[in-house]
Write a protein that binds this ligand. Structure first.
Ligand code: GUN
Ligand code: ZN
Length: 440
């Protein structure tokens, strides 16, 4: 609706930059008695209730829809920077590490996505779970099947979501039913880009699964496509598991390291993001920073698959853009709150505990920056798309008891990330509109 006007009240919090480990005062804005003024699905003003109301002409105010969320928190929609919708039913598969987990559970599950009905049904399920958990934007792997991308993009378009996905490119070391060829991949990617890239809020993300499942020729194709059109994205996996890394070394002996396999094929740069990035050399870290290549931190997956402990603080110190990610179904939850809980525990391993302000930056603006989508989403800057969530910090008995004697911001945010889950997500709004409520 091109003229819809909305006034939303609550405790408004958003980020302008990474608060770091010392809660930099100019990195965030917090309005305990706050408001959002939304016109046609975009932020027109955000601030204290008094300031926002003073900025609105009386006639406009009279025509506005008003929603008062009381003392609940209003934050930008959460950004999941790496996940796999076809693995929605692979979650909670027992006892394997990465390479066996792929062969025993994931590849068989992905084979079913040759059927467009399976793809459509799963995409609807996955997108509705994201919204119920407060996630409004994600970088999502589909499967090798072009129809799996059509299903996901159609579901995202119907819900007016800003989403990235692409067909998995995989031309070796996988079951024949899941393998394409260089020619198949070129034809399918070009057709999918034509059909979906830049449609509404959707963008195409080139998706070579990871170095071991693509030939050098296919990685070259992916790199050429990435350079061929503005605003195309790239996603893949990097340095997740030690056996995987040894395998990459044997497959690409000419490469200096794992990252160099992607570098040689033109797959590093702005709008590229790699899942995991756990076991990197100093040279790889430096090269990621230099090229603007982002890392997706997937703590629930890294613990579940026994992959290792990503050092978020060190990556940020090295100027790498980092986003948070569920990595469903290697990851164990759709919830970015549960994911922050695990991120905190992983940060403790490195003696660099993830502070709550930095954590919520990571789940919002940090993710948008890692995906190079922060011109559209990530905070409440005027003109941005009004994707936001409402969090109830007293939603469970444990949170209620913990927060009985304090409503201090850092304590509230920390309790939410350690104890919270989707029960705290009172509402999710997309372009202003409420699309998911706690009762759904
Ligand atoms: N590496 C290659 N494919 C995958 C995948 O599907 N999940 C994870 N966690 N790692 C991968
Ligand atoms: Zn993944």
């Amino acid at each position: 609706n091109a003229t819809r006007k909305q006034l939303v009240f609550g405790r408004v919090l958003h980020f302008l930059a990474d608060p770091g480990e010392a809660d930099a005062a100019d990195s965030y804005e917090y309005f305990p008695d706050g408001a959002l003024w939304i016109v046609a699905g975009r932020i027109a003003a955000a601030g204290t209730r008094a300031a926002v109301e003073a900025s609105i002409a009386p006639a406009e105010r009279a025509a506005a829809e008003i929603t008062d969320y009381g003392d609940q928190l209003i934050l930008p929609g959460l950004v999941d920077t790496h996940c796999h919708y076809p693995q929605s039913a692979v979650i909670a598969s027992f006892g394997r590490q990465l390479l066996d987990w792929l062969n025993d559970y994931t590849f068989p599950a992905e084979t079913a996505f040759a059927d467009p009905e399976v793809a459509a049904h799963t995409a609807d399920y996955f997108l509705d779970r994201l919204l119920a958990h407060g996630t409004t934007t994600a970088a999502v792997f589909s499967t090798v099947h072009a129809g799996s991308v059509d299903a996901f993009m159609a579901g995202a378009e119907k819900r007016r979501l800003r989403m990235l996905t692409g067909k998995v490119m995989m031309d070796r070391h996988a079951p024949p039913a899941l393998c394409d060829t260089v020619a198949d991949a070129e034809r399918d990617c070009l057709a999918l880009i034509e059909r979906w890239h830049g449609q509404g809020r959707l963008r195409y993300c080139l998706t070579p699964r990871f170095a071991p499942t693509s030939t050098a020729a296919q990685l070259s194709l992916a790199g050429e496509l990435y350079q061929s059109k503005p605003d195309l994205h790239v996603q893949s996996h990097l340095a997740e598991n030690l056996d995987e890394i040894a395998w990459v070394k044997s497959l690409f002996p000419e490469a200096r390291d794992y990252l160099d396999v992607y570098d040689r094929h033109g797959l590093l740069g702005p709008r590229s993001i790699y899942g995991h990035c756990i076991h990197l050399s100093p040279a790889e870290v430096a090269r990621m920073a230099e090229t603007g290549t982002a890392a997706a931190f997937c703590p629930t997956s890294n613990l579940f698959l026994g992959s290792g402990f990503f050092n978020h603080a060190a990556a940020v110190d090295a100027s790498i853009r980092v986003g948070l990610a569920t990595d469903v179904g290697g990851g164990t939850s759709f919830s970015m709150l549960r994911t922050l809980d695990e991120a905190y525990k992983v940060s403790q391993v490195h003696r660099r505990p993830l502070p709550p302000l930095r954590a919520w930056f990571l789940a919002t603006l940090g993710g948008a920056q890692a995906l190079y989508l922060d011109e559209f989403i990530g905070n409440f800057a005027v003109g941005k798309e009004a994707d936001f969530i409402v969090l109830n910090p007293r939603a469970t008995p444990e949170l209620d008891f913990r927060l009985e004697k304090t409503d201090e911001l850092a304590a509230t945010l920390f309790a939410l990330m350690i104890l919270g889950d989707e029960r705290c997500v009172t509402a999710t709004h997309v372009l202003g509109e409420r699309v998911s409520a706690a009762a759904d």
